[in-house]
Design a protein around this ligand. Structure first.
Ligand SMILES: [Zn+2]
Length: 188
């Protein structure tokens, strides 16, 4: 992966990379966020690493649908892959669409990409500093500061819950997660 962007998009909001780092790598980019260049209003493709103002129409060259692309890279269905500027141009058209029609279209998109309830929402996790990489980073910081693993009560103090952790790491035991955290490559 070449040097990362200075900005990222999560749920359509622009953040500095450092605000939400570290990230879980995904394709040639990151999971649950889109690398973004505000100056040129371009988004980085997770598949090829090139930059596009209309990522949505570009991803088809990789033989994937927009829905599959979002699912693969941890983006939520409603996340827009069209540039901010292009979006303004099309907003008028979208607003002319009836709200019922819009709801049905949203529903169709959800059905296509599977059960929305069960799907892991990596964008929301990044927004809340709860992606796997961020959680490991938080644990590592505790271990380095205290010279030992946190007990359950202390996990809560640093904003983590053992059940969330276990779920995020496919049912892994806490001890194994701590080993993973100690060895995680993120610099402090
Ligand atoms: Zn691409």
């Amino acid at each position: 992966m070449e040097e990362h962007a200075e900005h990222i998009l999560i749920h359509g909001h622009v953040f500095k990379w450092e605000e939400k780092a570290p990230f879980v790598p995904c394709g040639v980019s990151i999971q649950g966020a889109i690398e973004y260049r505000p100056k040129t209003d371009e988004m980085r493709c997770h598949e090829c690493g090139e930059w596009f103002s209309n990522l949505g129409s570009h991803v088809r060259v990789h033989d994937v649908s927009v829905a599959t692309y979002k699912l693969t890279h941890g983006l939520v269905v409603r996340t827009n892959l069209t540039s901010q500027a292009t979006r303004i141009k099309y907003r008028a058209n979208i607003e002319r669409q009836g709200s019922r029609e819009r709801r049905i279209n949203n529903l169709k998109a959800c059905v296509k990409t599977g059960n929305r309830q069960k799907r892991v929402d990596f964008e929301t996790r990044n927004a809340r500093n709860k992606c796997n990489a961020q959680m490991l980073f938080t644990i590592k910081r505790f271990i380095l500061a205290n010279g030992r693993n946190p007990v359950i009560r202390e996990l809560k103090d640093i904003g983590l819950h053992s059940t969330d952790l276990s779920k995020a790491f496919n049912g892994a035991k806490l001890d194994d997660i701590y080993v993973m955290a100690s060895g995680s490559g993120e610099e402090l």
